[in-house]
Design a protein around this ligand. Sequence first.
Ligand code: GLY
Length: 381
Amino acid sequence: MTSSSNAVPPVLIIGAGTIGLSIGWELARTGTPVQIFDRDAPGRGATWKAGGMLTPDAELQFEESELYRLNHESLDRWPAFVETLERETGIDLGFRTEGTLTVAPDEDSAAAMERVYKFQKKVGADVERLTGAEAREHEPFLAPHVAGAVYTDDAQVNNRALVRALVAGINNYEGSIHSQTPVEAVDPDADAPAVVTAAGDRIEGQQVIVAAGAWSRQIEGLDEAVRPPVRPVRGQILELESRPTFDLRHVVRGPDAYLVPKADGRVLVGATSEEKGFEKAVTAGGLYNLLEGALELVPGLRELTVRRSDVGLRPGTRDNAPLLGPSGAPGVLYATGHYRHGILLTPVTAQEIATLVRTGTVSEWLEAFLPARFADAPAAV
Ligand code: GLY
């Protein structure tokens, strides 16, 4: 595996999840050659196991105002991103805009929902509080005991179609994806940084981008002070098969589970959030908690067929926000640590990192997410 000496050197991207692929597509379509490396097939990590929710208001957390701003900016960019990618590839991304109902199945969760609702109003989110009856009018499949809900006008996408489309999009241009090709190390350099694969190939490029999600910290060749402080956070998810009589329209979120009806007939029930390192087990307790949490919101799920259970490793960081921009090692950028929002943050990450590669300028969208914010306390993850 070599790059021709006369050609423009490629941007080397480690990780073919939604982040690595979308950066690759964005660069390739504007004339920059890219090579993308993945330990597996494209998109088969956390991207494949995601719900595909694009829900910044419904997933708003206290103390995450900067992240909320970025999440919202990315949601605003999603329609044009879908339009361009679908036009270039002919692949339907299953983009749906019915919105999300955050549901309170009991008094305790109603009180928690009310606190979040006040915070949502404070940050200017477009949220609407509904009584139980109003919520059921919007979504007849909600349980009769649901006492109230908050509606948010957001979206969702088919994350697996997204992978297929990004791969097709990259193949339209000067981009190559090396599947089953783990990168063992990077070799930082301001002029000709390189990656070294597990098979021992050394490939030089104009820039290296680490977009390896939960595995980003395992890449060798970076000083301890700048290694990305990313850890795996396990998410178990269940895939059910819908029926003609079960026409759930909205994403439904409760305190212990969320339900995502996909345009292709799948209904996803997610997701646990567990600190178990790289252990990728689907557990009886995990599935029990998901089903219990989901059935109390939408009892009609009981009749659906279980297709499969799955598990993904989210790339968590200490402040739950991504690492975007110069790594501190010459020639190496980070686009990793997207934790719960990798699919949502795809357009803004791809476009702003591509701009950084092309111009060398850190945009205002990246400033709050620069990896250097962890430079004072690099050791703990
Ligand atoms: N954003 C959904 C999840 O991380 O489970």
